[in-house]
Design a protein around this ligand. Structure first.
Ligand SMILES: Nc1nc2c(ncn2[C@@H]2O[C@H](COP(=O)(O)OP(=O)(O)OP(=O)(O)O)[C@@H](O)[C@H]2O)c(=O)[nH]1
Ligand SMILES: [Mg+2]
Length: 489
C-alpha cells in the first residue's frame, strides 16, 4: 500500500477514535447531569449499585490476573536429622539398608566429581537409542518393544567441547505392571545432576505429571522431543510450541532431536527375492548437545547442592513411608495387647450384664499409648471426653456388637465350646479392636486427637463384620481364654 494512502487511513482512524472519545465524554457528562438532578435517595441507591458493580468487576479482574502461587519444592531434611531417623528405624528392626546405601552413593558421586545426566521417559521413547548415539562404544539394547531396558546402566559420554559426562540409561516409566522398574528409574533421576526427559509427541497427562514431579525436586531439566524425523518442519514447530507451553515452569529448554534408532525395510534383490534389512537411522542431536552443554556448564561441584537436595528429599519421603509402616505395625501390636486385656477383664467380671461398658482404665491406657506412639500431645480431659463419647456410641450400638459376637460364636466353632461369658469376652475384643484401630488411623491422618473423626471411624468398625478381622479376634479371644491363668503383659 502506498505510504500516502497508509497515512490517510491512519489519520482517518485517529479522527474516528477522537470522535468516539468526545461522544463518550459528552454522554458521561449528560449522565452526570441527570444523576445530579435525581432525588437524593435515588442518587444513593444508584451510586451504591454502581460502586458494587465496579468492585465486582475489580474482584473478577484480580482473580484473573492474580499471581499464581508457585508450586512448593519438595522439602529436604538436613543430613544429620535424616541419619538419626534412619538409626531409630533400624533400632526398631526396619530394613534400612537401601536407604543407607543411597546416602553412600550420594557421597561416592560427590567424591568422583563427575557430572551425571539421567535420561528419563516413558517406554520406547528412545532413551537407549540416545545413549547409543551419545556414547557410540556403549553396548545398549534398544527395541521397538516397550520395556527393553530393565535396569539402570551408566555410560561414558562426551560433549562436543570435550567435557565428559556419565549418562544413565533407565527403564521406561508408565509400563503396565512395571512399578518396580519405574521406582528404579525415578531414584536414578534424583541421583543425577540433570535429567533429559524424552517424549515422542504431545505430553500425555501422565508425562506432564512426571515432568512436574522431577521439577518439584529442583532437578535441572531438558525436555527432548525425540523421533523428530517423523514430522515435517511445520508439524515439528507446532509440537515444540505446545511442549514449550507445557514445560514452561519445569524445563530449562525444549528441543527436537532424532536419537536415530533402527529402521527395518524390505529390499527386492535382482533375482526377484526380497529380504529384510535393518539399518541405523542417522542421529540429529545438535540442539540437545548445546542445551546439555549450557545446563551442565557450572560443573559437578556447582551442581552438587541441587543434586544433594533432591536425593535427601527423596530419602525423606522414603524414610517417612517406612516410619509410617513401623508405626502402623506398633499400633497394631498395642491394639492387640489391649484387646486381649479387655477379654481377660471381661472373663473376670462375675456377672456380665447385657449392657456393654467400656473398661475405663484400659481405654485410657490405650488412648495414651497410641497418642504417645503418634507423638500427639493429649490432656486427661481430652482422654476422658473421648472415652465418654465411646461409651455413648456403645450404649446405642450394644445390640449390634452382641449380634456380631453371636454370629462369630456360630461361625468359629472353637469359640462356641468355651461356654458362658465368651460372648461378652468376644464383644470386648471387638470393641477394643475397633476403638484402637479407629484412633490409630485418625491420629496418623490428623496428627491430633479428633474426637469426631475417631468416633465416626469406631462406629464404622463396630458394624464391620469382615470375616478376616473377626477370625483374628476369635483366635485372640480363644488364646486369652486358654491362658487366663497366666498374667498378661
Ligand atoms: N523414527 C525414529 N525412531 C526412533 C528414534 N529413536 C529411537 N527410535 C525407535 O524407538 C524404539 C524404541 O527405542 P529404545 O531406544 O529402545 O527406547 P527406550 O526408551 O530405551 O525404551 P525402553 O527401554 O523400553 O524404555 C526403537 O524401535 C527405536 O528404533 C528416532 O529418532 N526416530
Ligand atoms: Mg531402553
Amino acid at each position: 500500500m502506498p505510504r500516502r494512502l497508509r497515512l490517510l487511513f491512519a489519520a482517518l482512524a485517529l479522527a474516528a477514535l477522537l470522535w468516539l472519545l468526545f461522544a463518550a465524554a459528552e454522554r458521561a457528562l449528560a449522565l452526570a447531569q441527570r444523576f445530579l438532578a435525581l432525588p437524593s435517595w435515588l442518587q444513593w441507591t444508584l451510586g451504591g449499585a454502581l460502586l458494587a458493580f465496579a468492585a465486582l468487576g475489580l474482584a473478577v479482574l484480580w482473580w484473573l490476573l492474580r499471581p499464581r502461587p508457585r508450586r512448593r519444592p519438595v522439602p529436604a531434611p538436613d543430613r544429620g536429622s535424616l541419619e538419626q531417623r534412619l538409626d531409630r528405624l533400624r533400632e526398631r528392626g526396619a530394613d534400612t539398608a537401601s536407604l543407607h546405601a543411597e546416602l553412600g552413593e550420594l557421597d561416592r558421586r560427590r567424591g568422583s566429581a563427575r557430572v551425571y545426566v539421567a535420561l528419563f521417559g516413558e517406554i520406547s521413547t528412545g532413551k537407549s537409542s540416545l545413549i547409543r548415539a551419545l556414547a557410540p562404544h556403549a553396548h545398549v539394547s534398544s527395541d521397538a518393544r516397550g520395556g527393553t531396558t530393565r535396569e539402570v546402566g551408566h555410560y561414558d559420554g562426551t560433549l562436543p567441547d570435550g567435557r565428559a559426562l556419565v549418562l544413565a540409561d533407565v527403564p521406561g516409566s508408565r509400563e503396565a505392571g512395571g512399578e518396580a522398574h519405574e521406582t528404579l528409574a525415578r531414584e536414578e533421576a534424583l541421583r543425577a545432576h540433570a535429567v533429559v526427559y524424552l517424549c515422542a509427541g504431545d505430553l500425555t497427562r501422565g508425562q506432564a505429571e512426571e515432568l512436574r514431579w522431577l521439577a518439584d525436586f529442583g532437578k535441572p531439566l531438558l525436555l527432548a522431543l525425540n523421533k523428530a524425523d517423523q514430522w515435517n518442519a511445520d508439524e515439528r514447530e507446532q509440537l515444540l510450541g505446545r511442549l514449550r507451553r507445557q514445560a514452561r515452569d519445569s524445563a530449562a529448554a525444549v528441543v527436537a532431536i532424532s536419537a536415530g534408532g533402527s529402521e527395518r525395510f524390505q529390499r527386492r534383490l535382482a533375482d526377484g527375492r526380497t529380504e529384510q534389512v535393518e539399518r541405523q537411522r542417522a542421529p540429529a542431536l545438535e540442539p540437545l548437545l548445546s542445551a546439555l552443554a549450557r545446563l551442565t556448564a557450572p560443573g559437578a561441584a556447582a551442581l552438587e547442592p541441587l543434586r544433594e537436595h533432591a536425593v535427601l528429599a527423596g530419602l525423606h519421603q522414603r524414610t517417612g513411608a517406612m516410619e509410617a509402616q513401623a508405626r502402623a505395625a506398633e499400633a497394631e501390636r498395642i491394639v492387640r495387647s489391649y484387646a486381649r486385656r479387655a477379654v481377660v477383664g471381661a472373663m473376670a467380671a462375675v456377672a456380665p450384664g447385657s449392657d456393654l461398658l467400656i473398661q475405663g482404665a484400659l481405654a485410657t491406657g490405650l488412648v495414651r499409648a497410641l497418642a504417645g506412639l503418634y507423638e500427639v500431645p493429649v490432656s486427661d480431659v481430652q482422654i476422658d471426653d473421648f472415652v465418654r463419647q465411646a461409651r455413648l456410641t456403645l450404649r446405642t450400638g450394644s445390640s449390634i456388637v452382641l449380634a456380631i459376637a453371636g454370629n462369630a460364636l456360630k461361625a468359629f466353632p472353637g469359640l462356641g465350646t468355651l461356654g458362658g461369658g465368651v460372648l461378652h469376652a468376644f464383644a470386648y475384643a471387638l470393641i477394643f479392636d475397633s476403638m484402637g484401630r479407629a484412633l490409630a488411623a485418625s491420629l496418623a491422618e490428623r496428627k491430633a486427637l479428633d474426637q469426631h473423626d475417631a468416633g465416626e471411624r469406631m462406629r464404622r468398625l463396630l458394624d464391620d463384620g469382615d470375616d478376616g478381622r473377626l477370625r483374628q479376634l476369635a483366635s485372640l479371644t480363644l488364646e486369652a481364654w486358654r491362658e487366663r491363668e497366666r498374667p498378661t503383659d
